[in-house]
Ligand binder design. Structure first.
Ligand SMILES: Nc1ncnc2c1ncn2[C@@H]1O[C@H](COP(=O)(O)OP(=O)(O)OP(=O)(O)O)[C@@H](O)[C@H]1O
Length: 258
């Protein structure tokens, strides 16, 4: 339903940070996007969400090319913005309303949906943020902000969720809750994470961006996670020395940052 066809993205300064990326997300599919720092994961999500136009190649949604012309058409723009949503890596980028209630209500109000109050209470309940509704979003903890941002997206009843490191600010209990929550929804999800211990919980298929900014793997996640050579080539495991008294050895470690 969402497809990248030979997508490349070049920064204004000239550096190419996505190179000929080609893949398709099927309806209801749960996919994980992996890659070392700076390989282009956040950029790819922004391109898929229509926020950055690819330098070459195309993104298409349900068979329609997502370009400036399409996004200028009111009907397509409204449909695409409602159905394909992006959770930014930094929740502060998304919060700009005076209260959590207004933050969650913003999308439905923009779209002219009815029963905004009821919808806000429903999604605040789903995300466990009802006690925060009258607070200002700026004073919340990182994990609380993440939940508020998710409520503000899910209230639109999207079909595709692009989630950029959704557990990065979350403590272990919230992380466990989010993993279960995402497993139970039937939307298409594409989730980036640096947490290889969790990656397999977000989907059965993974896409991996290499340090050359190309898609270097698209397949079953367990095949990728079980292959030390591939993990090392993608800079997703590291090796360092351990000393145990007089003996010393080294082996690979996964690099879980959140
Ligand atoms: N607007 C911009 N101006 C300059 N450089 C940028 C811009 N956007 C992205 N980059 C650079 O492009 C590269 C890819 O960035 P991106 O944020 O997509 O990587 P990432 O894979 O999400 O990284 P991380 O794992 O660290 O979050 C980085 O080197 C980044 O510094």
């Amino acid at each position: 339903m969402l497809q990248a066809i030979e997508v490349s993205y070049r920064l204004p300064e000239g550096q190419e940070i996505l190179r000929a990326i080609d893949f398709q997300l099927g309806r209801g599919e749960k996919v994980v996007l992996l890659g070392a720092n700076g390989t282009g994961k956040s950029t790819l999500l922004k391109v898929l969400n229509g926020l950055l136009p690819p330098t070459t190649g195309t993104v298409s949604y349900d068979g329609r090319v997502v370009d400036r012309a399409a996004l200028r058409e009111a009907a397509f723009h409204q449909r695409f913005r409602r159905e394909v949503v992006l959770l930014f890596q930094n929740p502060d980028t998304m919060l700009f309303n005076p209260s959590v209630f207004d933050e969650i209500a913003f999308g439905p109000r923009q779209l002219g949906l009815d029963d905004v109050d009821k919808r806000v209470h429903h999604w605040a309940g789903e995300l466990g943020v009802v006690p925060l509704l009258e607070r200002t979003p700026f004073g919340l903890s990182g994990g609380e902000k993440q939940r508020v941002c998710l409520a503000a997206l899910l209230i639109l009843e999207p079909k595709v969720l692009l989630l950029d490191e959704p557990t990065a600010n979350m403590d272990p209990r919230s992380t466990g809750w989010l993993v279960d929550f995402l497993a139970d929804i039937n939307q298409t999800t594409l989730v980036t994470t640096h947490n290889l211990s969790l990656a397999g919980e977000f989907g059965d298929r993974c896409l991996v961006l290499g340090e050359d900014h190309r898609l270097i793997f698209d397949g079953p996640i367990q095949d990728f996670l079980g292959d030390q050579d591939r993990l090392a080539a993608a800079n997703l495991v590291h090796r360092h020395r351990h000393r145990h008294g007089a003996t010393e050895h080294s082996h690979f470690h996964t690099h879980d940052w959140d």
